[in-house]
Ligand binder design. Structure first.
Ligand SMILES: [Zn+2]
Length: 390
């Protein structure tokens, strides 16, 4: 039994040894072929495996392919979204929004020439260049000294008003671009004012409204005919010329000693008058609220934007040192002013229509024809405009 038992494993061992020998031979032969890569022709099947290792390198190129979609959509900007219907919608919409933004910010800077805003108080060569341009177009008579003062400011406002810009007196980029363009209207080509312009509590003037054809009153009417309360007072050219003819005729009739207390007032000057009055009421009546001071002010001072003085077509004509109502000057004017194109703008019987208390000294130029019709019919300007269907 023992022998049989001993004999039996023998063939198995033999087989195991035989298998080991075979595997050793195979392993050796494999090792031999691996150690002998030089002969390329013979072990082609074995060499094929190492060449398969570089093959995965084309596989990574599959990952770039989805990345192609992003630049594709971006190339087309907004329109690209329509060209990629299958790709998820959120992606193309997010990409185009980013691309247009840098473009507009880059474009204006190189194309439009920018100017530094010049204002009252500014000095230097840029102010001098501004003044020279204003002089050339007839808006400024002073020398170009490089100092932006009141006269330069007035010239800028006139330039802006004539050329349809917001008349704010600031020489910003828009104003300077037009001024230096060679296409601006000169002062001599200023459009005439609308002499029937209606200004009252319901019809306010814009903050940046300015008359187009202002003159200094003292340059048109000699001081022997008329005194100006403040030097440099301005008014519309046509209205001022009519005023001069009227007062010269009054003097021929023996009525003299004329003064202008107020003519053209800017929006800011009107605001200053309102503020001054409110402060005065508050000082004299400390218990009054600001609203009460304001309503008291508006009894006599026109709210900002509602004053005819901002048109340059109104004059407060007075007699120096005397209350105007009841003077021979007042009587002569009320009788003759329409002949020269003026009306007494605020009368007692029209207070409800004009919205202002009577002012015997306030004359408004409307032109001869309209002044005659209003006087003959006893119409105020509001009634004239309504009845004439204007
Ligand atoms: Zn007035």
């Amino acid at each position: 039994m023992k022998k049989k038992k001993k004999k039996k494993p023998n063939p198995l061992i033999r087989i195991g040894v035989g298998l080991l020998a075979i595997t050793l031979i195979v392993a050796l032969s494999a090792a031999m072929t691996a150690l002998l890569p030089k002969p390329e022709s013979m072990p082609a099947s074995a060499v094929a495996e190492p060449t398969a290792i570089p093959m995965p390198s084309p596989e990574p190129t599959i990952t770039p392919t989805p990345a192609i979609y992003a630049p594709f959509g971006a190339q087309y900007g907004h329109g690209g979204a329509d060209l990629i219907p299958e790709t998820p919608t959120p992606k193309p919409t997010a990409v185009p929004t980013k691309t247009p933004t840098p473009e507009p910010t880059e474009q204006p800077t190189p194309t439009a020439k920018t100017y530094t805003t010049l204002r009252k108080g500014s000095t230097g060569p840029s102010v001098k260049a501004l003044q020279e341009a204003l002089r050339e177009l007839g808006y400024l008579s002073d020398k170009a000294d490089g100092n932006f003062g009141s006269n330069t400011q007035s010239a800028v406002i006139q330039f802006q008003a004539v050329n349809g810009l917001a008349a704010d007196g600031l020489a910003g980029s828009q104003t300077q671009t037009l001024l230096f363009s060679g296409n601006a209207l000169p002062a001599s080509e200023a459009p005439k004012m609308d002499y029937l312009m209606l200004v009252n509590r319901e019809n306010k003037l814009d903050k940046h409204f300015a008359p187009t054809d202002l003159v200094k009153i003292e340059n048109v009417i000699p001081s022997s005919v008329l005194k100006v309360k403040y030097k440099g007072m301005q008014a519309d050219r046509t209205a001022t010329e009519a005023l001069g003819r009227m007062l010269e005729d009054a003097i021929e009739d023996g009525v003299s000693n004329w003064q202008i207390s107020s003519a053209y007032r800017t929006h800011a000057e009107q605001q200053a008058l309102v503020d001054q009055s409110v402060n005065s009421y508050k000082k004299n009546n400390p218990s009054w609220s600001k609203a009460r001071c304001l309503s008291a002010t508006y009894q006599t001072v026109a709210p900002t934007g509602t004053s005819e003085h901002q048109t340059g077509l109104a004059f407060d004509i007075t007699v120096p040192g005397v209350s105007f109502t009841g003077t021979p000057q007042q009587k002569w004017l009320h009788e003759h002013c329409y002949e020269y194109g003026f009306i007494v703008r605020f009368t007692e019987d029209k207070q409800s229509k004009t919205g202002f208390l009577a002012e015997s000294w306030h004359f408004r130029y409307v032109g001869v024809e309209a002044a005659q019709v209003m006087t003959y019919n006893n119409w105020c300007l509001e009634e004239y405009i309504e009845n004439m269907g204007l």
